[in-house]
Design a protein around this ligand. Sequence first.
Ligand SMILES: [Zn+2]
Length: 155
Amino acid sequence: MIYLWLLLLHEVSFQLLFMSAAAIGILRKYRLHITKQRVLILKAFMSTERSLDLQYFLHEHAYPFERTTVFRILKLFTKKNIVYRVCAYGSDRYLLLQNGKRKSTASGRSTFVCTRCGKAITVDTITSPTIKIPKGFTRSDLEIIIHGLCPTCKQ
Ligand SMILES: [Zn+2]
């Protein structure tokens, strides 16, 4: 029993260690200074499928982050395309882009936003809709936001 517990503990710490290494790897790739806060924020994104926001880091995360620090890091990560920002019901939510399957493509990005809890997840866009742009305007990005209920809220 104790052995099993130790094995489990080892597994958890190994996972944490692995995530730290992966987070540091991402920061290095983007030539960003490695700070404890940046690693912690990246790790939080890497350990979840859902969107995270400023409120999460200020009230739910175990580390006592400062508002301005989180704000600056999220802004930096967005600029570097490490995370992607989606505005849902007046609050900005962020999703990790560096996940292989969650890469943003030239065809645009699609996000599903739950109208009840505000959770946001990225969804694959199979075909990008053809939208006629008025004369003189140039399209640089396309963002599709689907509103609905997540499995938890649907119950
Ligand atoms: Zn929901």
